[in-house]
Design a protein around this ligand. Sequence first.
Ligand code: AHR
Length: 545
Amino acid sequence: MTIFTRRDFVTSAVAAGFALAGRPRLTDSRLADSRLDVLVNEPIGTIAPEIYGHFVEHLGGVVYDGVWVGEKSRVPNLGGIRRALVEALRAIHPAVVRWPGGCFADSYDWRDGIGPRERRPRRTNFWIDDPHLQALGGNVAAKYDPNEFGTNEFTRFCRLVGAEPYLAVNVRTLPARSFMEWVEYCNSPAASTTLAEQRAAGGDREPFGVRYWGIGNESWGCGGNFTPEEYAAEFRRFGTWAVPAYGVKLAFVGSGPNGGDLEWTRRAFRELAERRSLDRLWGWALHHYCSASNGEAVAFDDTAWYDLLGSANRMESLITSHWQVMGESDRERRVKLVVDEWGAWHKMTTNVDPTHLFGQQSTIRDALVAGLTLDTFNRHADKVAMANIAQLVNCIQSLFLTHEDQFLLTPTYHVFAMYAAHQGARAVRLVASAPAVSWTNGQQQERSLWGLNGSASVKGDVLTLTVTNPHLTEPREAEIAVRGATVRSATATTLAARDVHDHNTFEAPRTVVPTAAQAVAVGSAPLVYHFPAASVTKLEIAVGS
Ligand code: AHR
């Protein structure tokens, strides 16, 4: 494989510059091979905190062994919910959590998960026939669902971590009436209806006030194999007229496209617009999983490093292309994008327990996927209203890995912690110029990727600049100019690894962790910052006018 960088850096004078005297740094801006221009006076929009959202599905080890350990467990818990997970998640301000699926949602009856836990039915899990679970033989837990974790438990989990619940509705196997009653169970005022009393019997007298409702999931696939027109008809039945608001500003999310399927978006939007139902749609769900040539989570080669980052970077064009098509019917731009499943999906060779379906380890490569994807959402703050990484724990690109009483934070968790400062901030334009990275992919095709990219936002007098350097071996020296503000002070936090295959294990959970924030001195010379190879960096910059 050839990896080389193109020296296509454009030199131009820096209008306003500053120098960081922290480590690592260069003092001579002539050595810079890249530049980052932060345009403080070019706002994009407010970064919805919900972009930093999560996803919990009844799949493998996500709920059972991940979130829910049960009240009688020796694992420290808060009413059955894993305490360590609650504490770590709360610390990164998760704005929203999606549940109960995924594909599982279109086979789930919410009524199975209410009432006394010991009397709840045990059901066959949607994922029972997955070959990985079949290979395990027997009645392994992940094949069946005990329904111990239902609506009351999930909303309690959301309250504990400070997140809004986002419920995915079963469109494939339940009627619209069941959805309406789920809304009533969740949101009708205390003691107002039989369902409100049942909610109270489950421990929650007061309504949950659930705002976000996903009408189906992947309705082009596991959610029913609908055509876009058929799905639009289902959306109309589920999402229009019949649903009482109970004083909540309900936000319905439609089941959007599989990756780049623009026709799904075009035809569904056209149909909804023609039937005057587009105004019931708040968000349009887009799913994109990235993957790489050999599929390995840890034992990847250089080609697979770049293939994965290139595949993740497709998020940029997915957002802009679907947004453009949505605008053909939604002229007033009422509907926003909701990327409610995204992440790096590898082969199942590194899961921490065999029952953790789609469980995988996470390296600095996955951290770069998280960083560049969150940066993409930030740069499109005017279009993306919510995003949910798949999935929270023990599945695909997780923030946490757990098994019984063992628990760890993955490099992806650390990226979410570093990027939390962007939530609710005003995204501003960032212009990045750096030597592009080119490589030959697994199919012997020439590919290239930008050499540095990121996002910038301002909240009060703090400018947050996050940057990823995708080059496996080359650091980037970037001259950074903040236009439209004066820099007062700065700190830098970096996530990198000694070896890009390093990952956190239960035995060595701090193998890949960020540096502590380093104060960096600000001077009069232009800032030149050293972005290590294969890294994610956050610069937190105090600014004034
Ligand atoms: O996240 C795992 C699965 O991927 C989800 O259940 C489904 O929506 C998607 O195909």
